[in-house]
Design a protein around this ligand. Structure first.
Ligand code: FAD
Ligand code: SF4
Length: 471
């Protein structure tokens, strides 16, 4: 081990961030990668705590201090192998995890005010640089059992499942209705957080390991579930949560009021050159935009509109900044890029002006008791109404899971909120009520985080391997 007091002399560095003026006119990642020297030094700031809190707070329980030590010793390929033992998408989680709420939030160095080890940036560095240097996952000891599993959904849950299955000699065939893998990684999260080349690189890696992708293929439309059940030894569903949540107030149907996800998806597709015929990507150039919501989707809408050249972007959220669900880092980035936040504002209605423009009526809120998730409820302050004039409203209140129409005939159960029932603590992890079908990710836990979907996909793969008798 190197100098255990390195953190005293060396400040935290998560990678240089481009100036707001530069980044707000381009759809490119805003954090520069660490170079080898910085990565080694940053990794060396780790205290190697005996019982590392960061590992416990990381949803996939990465061996963080161990791979940091490998990086500080310059053993890049060993670090890449170790980081893939627990995480199927380390370079992606390194980019999009809200580290301030997870691994880095738990870093012991925070206690002395020294600034957490830049865990996410080093995690990203390991895989990015290892791939550039020729590293590929070691499959030399894998023998294939002849079993094959159909995976519905090429999002983080499906990819996590495919990764563990193929490493254990079971062939995964991944079906997705979209033209590229990644799920919301590709068709949701904008390029300024995650450039699409990163996902294409991961696809090449997975295909090289023996994962097959059948894209532009919707299960239930192009292929029926019955066919998959007949042709494969098991099925994993990682279909995400796409039921759009509404505000339930007047004016949500007005022209100019848009759902967040189609807006984001078509913007990405336009950049990828895959916009389907007949569809358009809406530009906010010169427009006054109001974004309603306080999660990651809202932040991505804010910052996409800014990059499109919106005249003004106002984000209204019913709680205060401390109680918002989105990543603090991304809220900070949005503020720097010129987004105006109106905290503690509850939307009441959207109205159309005579010239076709819109106004959003909001009321001020006061914060009440914490809810089940620890976030304080928002109660309207009587007589505090104000109006925000705008041209477009983007509604980003989140998404719910939804049962597919084949669930009932295949005996797959879901709860009142549309979440598929597939318990982690069952005899075989993440098995649904139909023993041949497993599920994980947003469709089981509700809209959440990339890293939790990866974890559940990996865990479900273990459940499948146990059920198939491969383990
Ligand atoms: P998804 O990523 O939704 O993937 C599901 C896949 O299943 C999709 O590709 C879909 O096409 C496919 N599918 C569904 N039904 C079928 C069918 N019948 N046939 C074939 N294919 C099907 N999380 C973070 O950690 N950090 C962030 O910064 C972040 N930002 C986000 C920004 C936005 C705009 C959104 C919407 C979410 C964000 N999230 C973020 C959340 C994160 O993206 C999700 O939690 C995660 O992608 C869930 O993974 P999943 O595999 O369960 O589902
Ligand atoms: Fe941190 Fe996410 Fe990486 Fe875990 S996967 S170490 S939470 S960045």
């Amino acid at each position: 081990m190197g100098d255990v007091f390195q953190f005293l002399n060396l400040a935290r560095n998560p990678g240089d961030k481009k100036a707001a003026e530069v980044r707000k006119i381009e759809f490119k990642e805003i954090y520069q990668p660490l170079n080898a020297c910085d990565a080694t030094e940053q990794a060396g700031r780790c205290l190697s705590c005996g019982n590392p809190y960061c590992e416990w707070e990381c949803p996939v329980h990465n061996y963080i201090p161990n791979w940091l030590e490998l990086v500080s010793e310059g053993r890049l390929f060993d670090a890449a192998e170790l980081s893939h033992k627990t995480n199927s998408l380390p370079e992606i989680c390194g980019r999009v995890c809200p580290q301030d709420r997870l691994c880095e939030g738990a870093c012991t160095l925070n206690q002395g005010g020294f600034g957490a080890v830049s865990i996410g940036s080093v995690e990203k560095y390991i895989t990015d640089e290892a791939i550039k240097a020729g590293w590929r996952p070691d499959m030399s000891r894998v023998t294939f059992s002849g079993k094959k599993v159909a995976i519905i959904g090429a999002g983080p849950a499906g990819l996590g499942c495919a990764d563990v299955l193929v490493r254990n000699g079971v062939r995964p065939v991944v079906f997705d209705r979209y033209e590229e893998i990644g799920g919301l990684l590709t068709f949701g999260i904008p390029e300024f957080k995650l450039e699409k080349q990163v996902i294409r690189q991961r696809r090449e890696l997975l295909e090289g390991m023996g994962v097959e992708f059948c894209l532009n293929t919707e299960i239930g439309r192009d292929i029926q579930i019955e066919q998959l059940l007949a042709e494969y030894d098991a099925v994993f569903m990682g279909m995400g949560a796409y039921q759009y949540m509404k505000g339930g107030f007047d004016g949500e149907q007005l022209p100019g009021v848009l759902e967040a996800l189609p807006y984001l998806i078509n913007n990405v597709r336009q950049h990828m050159g895959t916009l389907p015929a007949g569809e358009t990507a809406l530009s906010m150039k010169g427009k006054r935009v109001v974004v309603l919501g306080g999660g990651d989707t809202a932040m991505d809408c804010n910052r996409t509109a800014i990059r499109q050249g919106a005249a003004r972007v106002v984000c209204a959220y019913r709680r205060d900044e401390a109680n918002m669900p989105g990543s603090r880092r991304e809220v900070g980035n949005a503020k720097e890029e010129g987004v105006e936040f109106l905290w503690q504002r509850q939307p009441l209605a959207i109205e159309q002006n005579s010239d076709g423009s819109l106004k959003v009526r909001v009321a001020e809120t006061r914060l009440g008791a914490p809810d089940a998730k620890g976030r304080r409820s928002a109660e309207i302050v009587e007589g505090s109404i104000e109006e925000i004039e705008c041209d477009h409203v983007l509604i980003a209140f989140g998404f719910q899971a939804q049962a597919a129409d084949w669930f009932e005939r295949q005996g797959i159960a879901s709860d009142a909120r549309g979440r598929t029932l597939a318990p982690e603590a069952g005899a075989f992890k993440f098995q649904t009520a139909n023993p041949k079908v497993f599920a994980g990710g947003d469709m089981v836990r509700g809209a959440d985080l990339v890293v939790r979907a990866v974890f559940e996909g990996r865990q479900a793969a273990e459940g499948i391997l146990g059920w198939l008798g491969v383990w």
